[in-house]
Write a protein that binds this ligand. Structure first.
Ligand code: AGP
Length: 612
């Protein structure tokens, strides 16, 4: 996720800003930049890649200035390169701005600003803000920087955490927040702004957290917090007691738990600006395939690896049920060496959190060679897969640090649902059906919050399962891939052997394994195949098996049968995996922690498998 640092005070700012950026590296980024205000000028330096690249570019003599801002960028709009890196400036170079978040109406604002003569240099949504502030400063010769920034933010839809410096008030930083964390850190005769406390902990533990809709004026010896209508706000000063490592994980013990708990927000970010309730469809700007071409598609192949392959299976079921397009899923490692039958009417969808998985990249290249149109559902902007496919959907789930994929999986399902919705509404899906899907997607983040609140229940069950040697996961329909995913999570971080199966397959062999030493996890929401799964649970119980069931809130059918149960809220069958996977992510996490495993960096595994 992007990082912001600002400083104003008696010391030279550049070294303090670079040090602060290094404290934010854990958040994941692909470019960095710095801006200083000195001698009536704003001096900006930025570079793609790691902070070391920027430092090399700066050389031994750092730029002078007692006030400045800096940024590490996790690309969401525009490739990770120098021109798109922050800070961004206005036409005249009299101000610089850094931004975390997504400006949803950036396109319209950019068009209007360009028509009024503003010259844009980058592909980012952020640059729009710099020109808006410039325009308002120019209109109000005696106006203040905070008035201009507030005026600009009144025109913006979306989320932001920003910091701005300008020659008009050379010792002042203006910072504002809506939906992206920002704080003011209070030193002695100097002050800081930052996206999180880790950037400034070396200098002060006294911070003021901004709330949404607040704007801060920060100077060396004072700071003020206002709302966007310039009404003064009284804010408490908080003392940060966390150590650095804990801050980096958002107060959680591991990145994996942080990312599991991030899922309401990551789903909001995946869906942001893409749901059109009135028309009951979706808006996807990056497909680079027009509706006419989408209508020509007569077959879909989804290809991926690991957890992404599990989301691909869910996508297959979605596409066939809602868009009525023949679909199939291929392991990328298999697809690339088979002699697959694809042509210009085949849509090959590669799913990859990292966008760098060698097998998935090779499969997509093979598909392109055979004339297929390719799409990428990718989390890392500007990654190799994202650059090589014909079009795609960015997940916007934020960087996923833990090796075990969690929030990327649920964002992949949401992105697949949005793609299915768009393609289905070009075909047999009615506007009423489409609106139902849109509304169900819009409710998901809140339902996810309700499931995550049950983490203590899952932790207690994990305590009883942690010594198992083998675990069986069973589900049907949309929840068969969830059974596979639950088994993979447990395997890869706790090293307990686990298998996922279609629940009905048990009688074709695996039922021979059932005894009271092997827990069986059933994913059994109230969906079209619920009664069938209840029968499977009865078969297991009749053989002495111990059952954990993930069920729909208020379930009575399984309540008596299962030894343990976790309830999830009701939603459309097609979206149940987003909810039913959550207890399985938590179960694997808590078992692995109890077994003393390295949850974020499991043995033998890499976050991105860039080799065959
Ligand atoms: C999932 O928890 C694993 N880390 C692994 O299976 C992963 O999903 C797989 O390597 C694919 O990675 P990708 O999504 O980055 O392509």
């Amino acid at each position: 996720m992007c990082g912001i640092v600002g400083y104003t005070g008696p010391r030279q700012a550049a070294a303090l800003l670079l040090e602060g950026l290094k404290r934010l590296e854990y958040r994941g980024y692909d470019s960095a930049g710095i801006a200083l205000v000195a001698d009536g000028r704003v001096e900006v330096h930025k570079a793609p890649g790691k902070i070391g690249v920027l430092e090399k570019q700066l050389g031994k003599t750092l730029p002078a200035g007692h006030a400045g801002i800096a940024h590490t960028r996790w690309a969401t709009h525009g490739a990770p390169n120098t021109v798109n890196a922050h800070p961004h400036t206005d036409c005249g170079g009299t101000l610089a701005l850094v931004h975390n978040g997504i400006i949803e109406n950036a396109g319209a604002l950019r068009t209007a600003l360009a028509q009024r003569g503003h010259v844009f240099r980058s592909e980012t949504d952020t640059e729009v803000l710099a020109h808006l502030v410039e325009e308002l400063l120019a209109k109000q010769a005696g106006g203040t920087l905070v008035e201009a920034v507030a005026g600009a933010l009144h025109q913006v839809e979306g989320t932001y955490g920003i910091a701005v410096v300008a020659t008009r008030e050379p010792d002042t930083i203006v910072a504002a927040r809506r939906g992206s964390p920002l704080l003011v850190a209070i030193g002695t005769g100097e002050n800081f702004v930052a996206s999180d406390a880790s950037a400034v902990l070396a200098h002060t533990r006294s911070v003021v957290y901004l709330d949404d809709g607040e704007i801060a004026i920060v100077r060396p010896a004072e700071y003020r917090i206002l709302d966007l209508d310039s009404v003064e706000k009284e804010k408490a000063v908080t003392r940060v007691d966390w150590d650095l490592a804990t801050i980096e994980r958002g107060g959680h013990a591991h990145f994996m738990l942080k990312e599991i708990m991030d899922q309401p927000e990551s789903l909001r970010d995946t869906l942001r600006g893409r749901l059109l309730e009135e028309e009951g469809t979706a808006r996807l700007g990056g497909l680079n395939i027009d509706d006419e071409q989408l209508l020509q598609v007569n077959r879909i192949v989804l290809t991926a690896c690991g957890t992404s392959w599990h989301s691909a299976l869910i996508g297959e079921y979605m596409m066939e049920e809602l868009a009525r397009i023949p679909s199939e899923v291929e392991y990328a490692s298999e697809f690339r060496y088979r002699n697959p039958i694809v042509d210009e009417r085949t849509l090959v969808v590669g799913i990859s959190q990292s966008g760098e998985t060698a097998d998935t990249l090779a499969a997509l290249r093979e598909a392109k060679r055979r004339g297929a149109r390719t799409l990428g559902l990718v989390n890392v902007v500007g990654s190799t897969i994202a650059r090589e496919v014909d079009g795609g959907i960015y997940l916007h789930a934020g960087p996923e640090i833990g090796v075990a994929s969690t929030k990327a999986f649920t964002s992949q399902i949401a992105a697949l649902a949005v793609l299915t919705l768009k393609m289905g509404r070009l075909r047999a899906l009615s506007i009423l059906q489409g609106r139902e899907v849109v509304r169900a997607l819009g409710r998901l983040p809140e339902l996810v919050e309700r499931v995550l609140a049950k983490a203590p229940e899952v932790e207690r069950i994990a305590e009883r399962m942690m010594r198992a040697q083998n675990v069986l996961y069973l589900g049907r329909g949309y929840n068969f891939p969830v059974a596979l995913e639950g088994a993979l999570k447990l395997k890869e971080i706790s090293y307990i052997h686990a298998e996922g199966y279609p629940a009905a397959e048990m009688k074709h062999g695996p039922i021979a394994l059932i005894d009271d030493l092997m827990p069986v996890v059933f994913i059994a929401p109230k969906d079209a195949v619920y009664q069938k799964v209840v029968s499977n649970v009865e078969e297991v119980k009749a053989r002495g098996g111990r059952v954990l069931a993930v069920v729909t809130e208020g379930d009575s059918g399984l309540a008596k049968l299962a030894d343990h149960k976790i309830e999830v809220p009701e939603t459309l069958d097609v979206l149940t995996p987003v909810l039913t996977v959550l207890p399985l992510q938590l179960l694997a996490y808590y078992i692995a922690v109890r077994r003393g495993c390295n949850v974020d960096q499991p043995r033998n595994l890499a976050k991105s498998v860039t080799v065959e």
